[in-house]
Design a protein around this ligand. Structure first.
Ligand SMILES: Cc1cc2nc3c(=O)[nH]c(=O)nc-3n(C[C@H](O)[C@H](O)[C@H](O)COP(=O)(O)OP(=O)(O)OC[C@H]3O[C@@H](n4cnc5c(N)ncnc54)[C@H](O)[C@@H]3O)c2cc1C
Length: 277
């Protein structure tokens, strides 16, 4: 069972709980991006197991009336095992998603995996357009990667970046990452047909996206994490497509720890909950 406090950020250990959370989100006019927790697998077995779990989840979503999609981590389906294993698992997940009419996002992880993730995505999206890729604004290479995606089908999710790449590859100062994010949003709205996802809780970036939509007409959606700015998610859903990233599964502890560490408000929230019993 997910203990109180952690259950603000994680929907449950079982798919049924995550699907129930998605149903409740849909009642607030918010779509769900389901994420089975798991990452950094170095052996084939767990990567294949999680790919199979995703295939079952996709069938469950497809048979339901839910507005829900999935988001998969490359290192969860084998990118650190062998590129061929990753590609095979990804292809099977996306083929199953096509069968059930469900969209698949591919998360972007640390800098060592960016090439393999981007190449696999570019090959796959030609045959399976209902897929999207996450790109990170802190990575200096991202404007070029984004330019490459603009000629392809599929969607792009822009995030500021949750990893800590070496300084020669990435911007470190928050203000520089914010500037890069603004520029990338502009580039995406100007060059993309497929649709842009603003994967950010930052109200300044959401406002910027609204202005860019006015200027270029490009479709966009806002994506935020479960448990973060929930009120803003409900408010934004009144006039924008909003999707919430919904992690679930037994491997919730490290995800919960990361949420606490990245934000003072979350750490205080947890500390207050512990003190008040
Ligand atoms: C849907 C989604 C998918 C993501 N996928 C990836 C991915 O595939 N790869 C990757 O590297 N990163 C991913 N991220 C994480 C992302 O890179 C950032 O680390 C994270 O979103 C924080 O950046 P921010 O844009 O929200 O802005 P920030 O500048 O960090 O925050 C702006 C404001 O939002 C609020 N806020 C932000 N984060 C939190 C929080 N955790 N708790 C409470 N308040 C908060 C605060 O009010 C803060 O002032 C994803 C994020 C989202 C929302």
């Amino acid at each position: 069972m997910i203990p109180p406090v952690a259950d603000r950020f994680v929907a449950g250990e079982h798919p049924a709980q995550a699907l129930e959370h998605a149903r409740q989100l849909n009642e607030r006019d918010i779509g769900a991006i389901m994420n089975l927790l798991g990452e950094h697998y170095h052996e084939r077995g767990p990567a294949e197991e999680d790919a199979a779990t995703y295939r079952r989840l996709l069938a469950d979503i497809g048979r339901s009336p839910l507005d829900a999609c999935v988001s998969v981590k490359p290192s969860q389906i084998g990118v650190q095992v062998e590129e061929a294993v990753f590609r095979e698992n990804l292809r099977e997940v996306v083929t199953q998603a096509d069968r059930h009419g469900v969209f698949v996002w591919l998360d972007m992880e640390d800098h060592t995996t960016v090439d393999a993730t981007l190449e696999a995505f570019c090959d796959l999206v030609v045959e399976h357009p209902d897929v999207g890729l996450c790109l990170q604004a802190n990575m200096k290479r991202t404007p070029e990667d984004l330019a490459r995606l603009a000629d392809l089908p599929g969607k792009v999710r822009l995030v500021k970046g949750a990893y800590d790449p070496p300084p020669e590859l990435a911007y470190r100062e928050k203000s520089r990452v914010n500037e890069a994010y603004r520029e990338l949003l502009e580039q995406a709205f100007r060059t993309f047909d497929g649709g842009v996802a603003v994967g950010s809780h930052d109200p300044v970036m959401v406002a910027h996206a609204r202005d860019l939509h006015e200027a270029y007409g490009t479709d966009f959606e806002v994506q935020m994490l479960m448990g973060v700015r929930e009120g803003a998610q409900t408010d934004l859903a009144r006039d924008l497509p909003v999707y919430q990233y919904v992690p679930y599964g037994t491997k919730w502890l490290s995800y919960f720890y990361r949420r606490l560490m990245e934000n003072k408000e979350n750490a205080l929230f947890a500390a207050r909950a512990v003190v008040s019993g």
